[in-house]
Design a protein around this ligand. Structure first.
Ligand code: ADP
Length: 454
């Protein structure tokens, strides 16, 4: 069964019940009021009968009631006339205050007209030509109650007519409400189908209302926007990657094809293998760097957070790059106070140090000078790496942190690199909530990283 139908049925049921309750309560109230009035009227009649029986003017009662009057006289003498008034069905309607059903029953008087088994006269009650009968102790008065019966009939008719009308109205109301509520579900359903079909730019049309559905629609739209941007980031990353892979693969294919075309000298084979090896090494570095870029998210990295002795880690990284610096003729000067601590992920921080140091050595060139310092106060620890390389022009300073971005000068002077180093540095800073700044001029560049001590 469709949600719309279910909703409509439930709503119709609830509406029907409410309408029925209202109807019953209303009818009960009207009935109660009517019967109260009727009862009051009957009491007046009963009082009137009482007056007649107690009246000195006995002629008004008529001949047929002579017997009754005898009894009435007797009763009146005693000063209390006991009476009960019955409707045409024989149910007692009003009675004098001392009417006692048990007493009547004990004495074999009818408590209800027609209920006495051994008193013949009661059996023909409805045939009486008088509406008053006196037993010698009790005076029985028959009152016409047809008006009440008519009211009951009217109520039954009213119920019979109004129940189907209410049912039809409830179904229509339920249907309308169901359609209104499920219209919103339909919009979400369409959006889900569009997104699943690849239309990532589709959004659920939202209203300004603040009900749960509208809030959910806005949340869904936020989720769709997030999905779209993640998807486009993945697409961009994949196409960048394919582009970066193409160059080394083309170089390798070219070299190998030329080498295979005819028999070459041993030196030539050596050269081709060395070139291929170089490209394979580049591909490996590319894959390693990519894994680092893709993997760390805040949750993953924070799981592995610990107190790091940054002084020690920095000194070790500089030592590890000593050989490279020597081979490039670059001198490193460091001012590293002991035991400067930060809180972070050691392998990611090592990666950050390596990339910044490696770049400063790589790009400062022959006779380069690199100054490394660590300073700190009670709130922060600051790492600064300054080189005297060619510098990074202002318009490139944001670009160099992008994935696969390499400045033209770096490509031209043949320095190796994947263009992922500074993107990794930026990512590590984000994970550590550290701030990275770059100052640069044609006299060199300074990268500064400020770690907060939480
Ligand atoms: P890679 O070094 O592999 O090319 P990076 O992401 O580390 O990639 O750096 C991006 C670009 O930024 C480099 O290609 C280079 O042009 C420039 N760059 C990075 N560090 C320096 C530096 N210290 N001095 C000059 N240019 C730099």
């Amino acid at each position: 069964m469709k949600v719309k139908t279910k909703f409509a049925l439930v709503t119709a049921g609830i509406l029907f019940l409410f309408a029925l309750l209202f109807l019953v309560a209303n009818t009960a109230f009207i009935l109660h009021e009517t019967l109260l009035v009727r009862r009051y009227e009957l009491r007046i009649v009963a009082r009137r009968i009482d007056e007649i029986f107690n009246s000195a003017d006995k002629t008004t009662i008529g001949k047929k009631r002579a017997l009754v009057l005898e009894g009435v006289k007797f009763a009146a003498k005693k000063g209390n006339l006991k009476f009960a008034a019955f409707n045409l069905k024989g149910d007692p309607l009003v009675f004098s205050d001392d009417y006692q059903e048990e007493v009547l029953r004990e004495r074999n008087y009818p408590t209800k007209l027609g209920s006495s088994k051994n008193t013949e006269q009661w059996k023909s009650w409805n045939k009486w030509d008088t509406d008053i009968y006196y037993t010698g102790e009790y005076c029985y008065v028959k009152l016409n109650d047809t008006q009440n019966i008519e009211i009951e009939d009217d109520i039954i008719l009213f119920f019979l007519v109004s129940l189907p009308v209410i049912a039809v109205l409830a179904v229509i109301g339920g249907g309308l409400l169901g359609a209104a509520a499920t219209r919103q579900i339909g919009r979400v359903e369409k959006a889900a189908a569009e997104i699943a079909g690849g239309n990532l730019a589709y959004r659920v049309p939202t209203s300004s209302s603040n009900d749960e559905m509208a809030v959910m629609e806005r949340d869904l739209n936020r989720m769709f926007a997030e999905l779209e941007s993640s998807f486009s980031r993945i697409m961009e990353f994949s196409s960048d990657l394919a582009h970066e892979l193409r160059t080394p693969l083309t170089v390798m294919t070219g070299e190998l094809e030329v080498a295979l075309r005819e028999t070459r000298s041993e030196e030539e084979y050596q050269r081709v293998l060395a070139k291929t090896m170089e490209e394979v090494a580049f591909l490996r570095r590319l894959v390693d760097d990519m894994l680092i870029l893709v993997k760390p998210n805040l949750a993953y990295a924070k799981e592995n957070f610990e107190t790091i002795d940054l002084s020690e880690l920095l000194s070790a990284s500089i030592d590890a790059l000593d050989l490279l610096a020597d081979s490039k003729g670059v001198k490193t000067h460091s001012r590293i106070p002991k035991e400067m601590k930060i809180h972070g992920n050691p392998s990611l921080v090592r990666m950050l140090l390596y990339n910044l140091l490696h770049n400063s050595i790589k790009y400062s060139g022959e006779n380069g000078e690199v100054e490394i310092s660590l300073t700190g106060d009670s709130d922060t620890t600051t790492l600064s790496i300054k080189d005297n390389g060619p510098g990074i022009p202002e318009e490139e300073r944001l670009n160099v942190f992008k994935r696969f971005y390499r400045m033209k000068i770096a490509k031209d002077n043949g320095s190796s690199g994947t263009g992922l180093g500074l993107a990794i540095v930026k990512k590590v800073c984000e994970v550590h909530e550290a701030e990275i700044t770059l100052e640069s001029s044609d006299e060199g560049s300074t990268f500064t990283v400020v770690f907060k001590l939480h």
